[in-house]
Design a protein. Structure first.
Length: 101
């Protein structure tokens, strides 16, 4: 089981470095992590990524966080979305279809 996520860039510049995405359990344990290609997603484009979830039967409640890796340092990224973020800037995954809510 895994997640396929579409990352959108509605800005005018590419990502300055590498975007690292991490999926955590509700208690904060890292389940999986990976990086997009440097500079992606490109401006005005969407980049899809697949994250394989080891031994997870339900994705609801998992937390998604992002960091930009630049010159050996990691900087936290806050999601730009309608859903309320957690205090640390992570996004808790939840269903958004009417029949699932």
């Amino acid at each position: 089981m895994g997640l396929i996520i579409g990352f959108a860039n509605d800005g005018i510049a590419g990502v300055p470095g590498v975007l690292r995405v991490t999926v955590e359990s509700p208690d904060g344990k890292t389940l999986t992590s990976g990086c997009l290609d440097a500079g992606h997603p490109l401006p005005g484009k969407i980049r899809q990524a697949q994250l394989v979830l080891p031994n997870v039967t339900d994705w609801k409640g998992l937390k998604l966080k992002a960091e930009i890796e630049l010159k050996g340092m990691r900087y936290p990224v806050r999601w730009a979305c309608h859903q309320k973020l957690n205090d640390n800037g992570s996004l808790t995954l939840r269903p958004n279809l009417r029949q699932d809510v």
